[in-house]
Design a protein around this ligand. Structure first.
Ligand SMILES: [Zn+2]
Length: 306
């Protein structure tokens, strides 16, 4: 009995689609991905996460490309050469949804998994400040725009070499007085969520450089007061706001622990504190969580014989 041409085409496509489906979605391949690609299955907007990719490192091999939320995050060989590790981040302003984390080499996908990014559940802060910070006068609008543009340009930097793989120090060892990521109601009006953490500090307390880095911005700004932005390489930028004094200059190369400036109450504040923020590949993420993960990453990738 012969099979008609349309039936043959149907069978051909049926087999092709079934094979494709089994190849990409079979439970065994998913399990394999989970075993070699270790990452949380859920994050909140603004969360960083440590990712481990357990594919043995061949001598001289180039690192795979780690992609998440349209950003390429840096990845480093584990000290035992049994795989790779890096930190990803879901931007604080990210749309909630399901996103793909993938590890690629040239055009080949080595592993991938889905990560749910949920809205941040940090609650709201309700603060009162001088009205000029809620309804700025016309003559400062251009200044505010220009300052915001300069900062946004810095967040896009992606320089080498990398200075943060030994882990970060906290710039000020003190209590958190303003949590990262809370939505903001300022003088009764909704404003963007809190893009950093506020650390308690008496005016004049020294703010320390958390990791080697270059001063890319040191200026007096309308909202952040005296502000310093540091570039630590491979897309990691840190920020220090509301300082009473800046003790570094743009272009300076700083060492870990060096004093950047002094705690103050300049710009839009309710009192003296340090606002510390972290941006990785232009994703604004929880700075204290990032400091903790940077130390975990350092322990995984550091060569004990170095
Ligand atoms: Zn703050």
């Amino acid at each position: 009995m012969s099979i008609s041409m349309p039936s043959r085409i149907f069978i051909y496509y049926f087999v092709l689609i079934t094979a494709t489906y089994l190849f990409f979605f079979s439970s065994s391949s998913l399990r394999a991905d989970e075993a070699i690609l270790q990452a949380p299955s859920r994050l909140e907007a603004g969360d960083p996460a440590l990712v481990k990719f357990l594919l043995p490192v061949k001598p001289g091999s180039v690192p795979p490309v780690m992609l998440f939320m349209e950003r390429e995050f840096p990845i480093y060989p584990l000290a035992d050469n049994q795989g790779w590790a890096g930190i990803i981040g879901a931007d604080l302003r990210a749309e909630p949804g399901e996103y793909i984390l993938s590890l690629r080499q040239t055009d080949q996908i080595l592993a991938r998994r889905n990560i749910v990014v949920a809205a941040r559940s940090g609650g709201a802060r309700d603060i009162r400040v001088d009205d000029k910070y809620v309804s700025p006068p016309d003559q400062v609008i251009e200044r505010i725009k220009a300052e915001s543009q300069r900062q946004n340009d810095v967040y896009l930097l992606n320089t080498s070499p990398v200075f943060w793989t030994d882990g970060l120090l906290t710039p000020l060892n003190s209590a958190v007085v303003g949590k990262f990521g809370r939505s903001s109601i300022i003088n009764g009006q909704p404003r963007s969520p809190h893009g950093g953490v506020d650390l308690r500090g008496a005016p004049g307390t020294a703010v320390k450089c958390p990791a080697e880095g270059r001063v890319v911005l040191a200026m007096d700004t309308y909202f952040s007061g005296l502000l310093v932005l540091l570039d630590h390489g491979q897309g990691l930028i840190s920020g220090y706001r509301h300082l009473s004094k800046i003790l570094v200059n743009e272009g300076d190369m700083l060492t870990q622990g060096q004093i950047i400036g002094l705690v103050g109450a300049t710009g839009r504040v309710t009192g003296p504190h340090l606002h510390f923020d972290i941006h990785l590949k232009n994703a604004t993420i929880d700075p204290l969580k990032f400091v903790r993960l940077s130390l975990e990453l350092a322990a995984l990738i550091q060569d004990k014989n170095r």
